[in-house]
Design a protein around this ligand. Structure first.
Ligand code: HEC
Length: 116
């Protein structure tokens, strides 16, 4: 009987963990993608389009066309348009497009408010 109760408690704890909403994505979640695929052209030495992605502040500041990331508005954000190629040149320039999972991660990060 005791065992059954303990099992019930465990099972409900599991259920809670499963339905608990995931915390919103933060800059830490997307930074590895920027570091790996964008930094070579968007760092201090060569900020392509005047955009630096080596810090949260740099990303949020934007580039020569203004804001690249509009918090909460992923489809409207220039960064997403360029990752998808609806604004040329497609990013990352001269290299294969980001895999879908990475594109979605950046898109969700922006949609969830581009949190630091
Ligand atoms: C091989 C170099 C290269 C790589 C890699 C690269 N970019 Fe770019 N990026 C550029 C250049 C050059 C421009 C300016 C293009 C222009 O205006 O004609 C630019 C412009 C941009 C802009 C527009 C800035 C503005 O205001 O005009 C965004 C946003 C951007 N890149 C995002 C990214 C992201 C995100 C990645 C990584 C997934 C990336 N880029 C990887 C070279 C690169």
């Amino acid at each position: 009987m005791k065992l059954a109760v303990a099992f019930g408690v465990l099972a409900s704890a599991f259920a809670t963990a499963l339905v608990a909403p995931e915390p919103p994505l933060t800059y830490r979640d997307v930074k590895p993608i920027f570091d790996k695929r964008c930094l070579s052209c968007h760092g201090a030495d060569y900020p392509g389009g005047n955009l630096r992605v080596d810090s949260y502040a740099g990303i949020m500041k934007g580039g020569k066309h203004g804001k690249a990331v509009i918090a909460g508005k992923s489809p409207e954000s220039r960064m997403m348009k360029m990752l998808k190629g609806t604004i040329q040149p497609r990013m990352p320039m001269d290299t294969p497009a980001l895999p879908r999972a990475e594109m979605e991660k950046i898109s969700n990060w922006i949609a969830q408010g581009a949190n630091k």
